[in-house]
Design a binder for this molecule. Structure first.
Ligand SMILES: [Fe+2]
Length: 190
């Protein structure tokens, strides 16, 4: 028997997806070493373990032909000069794509390939970004309010954090004179 069709509700203001099966949280301690300023990370973790982002998902089969559906909220803030961001990943099946829809707040989508290509797209409410196969992706909250977006990707895409956990992305987004600035990541190795 095949799965039956079903509706969900997406709150465009809060990103709340109902019904959802799972909400995952990522605190600073879950992202140790991913922000460039390790001294700032250490100082913050001495007193606190701030929530960086959370995402809610509907559990669907991780199979070719299905889709995965999720909403993510990145809380505003910085570690040193670097804005709060998602861990970022490639897909375990690298020939799969993804679609992001901005709902609230302002952010930036960073994308790269293993060959060293890099692209960024500013995301505002209503921006639809298409991430083609083979592009790793990370979202960054460059605003002062929660940054909320909706994502759809193939059921069997999976996640591959790989070297991103160790060396990060080619470029990082920092605040300079109150504005976002993309700079080369000194730790990135091809
Ligand atoms: Fe993805």
């Amino acid at each position: 028997m095949s799965m039956k069709p079903f509706p969900m509700n997406l709150n465009f203001k809060t990103g709340e997806l109902t019904p959802n099966d799972r909400t995952n949280i990522r605190k600073l301690s879950d992202m140790k070493g991913m922000f460039l300023d390790s001294e700032a990370e250490r100082r913050i973790l001495e007193k606190d373990d701030p929530l960086i982002y959370s995402f809610s998902e509907k559990v669907l089969p991780e199979e070719n032909g299905h889709l995965q559906i999720a909403t993510t909220t990145i809380h505003p803030g910085k570690i040193g000069d670097e804005y709060h961001m998602t861990k970022g990943h490639y897909h375990r099946r690298p020939d799969t794509s993804e679609m992001y829809l901005g709902l609230e707040g302002e952010g930036c989508l960073l994308m790269q390939t293993v060959e060293g290509d890099f692209e960024s797209i500013t995301i505002r409410p209503g921006t639809v970004a298409y991430i083609p196969p083979y592009w790793g992706h990370r979202m960054v909250n460059t605003g002062r309010t929660p940054y909320i977006f909706f994502a759809v990707y193939p059921g069997d895409a999976g996640h591959n954090y790989g070297d991103i956990e160790k060396t990060g992305f080619l470029k990082i987004l920092i605040e300079r004179n109150g504005k976002p600035l993309l700079i080369d990541n000194p730790r990135w190795k091809k």
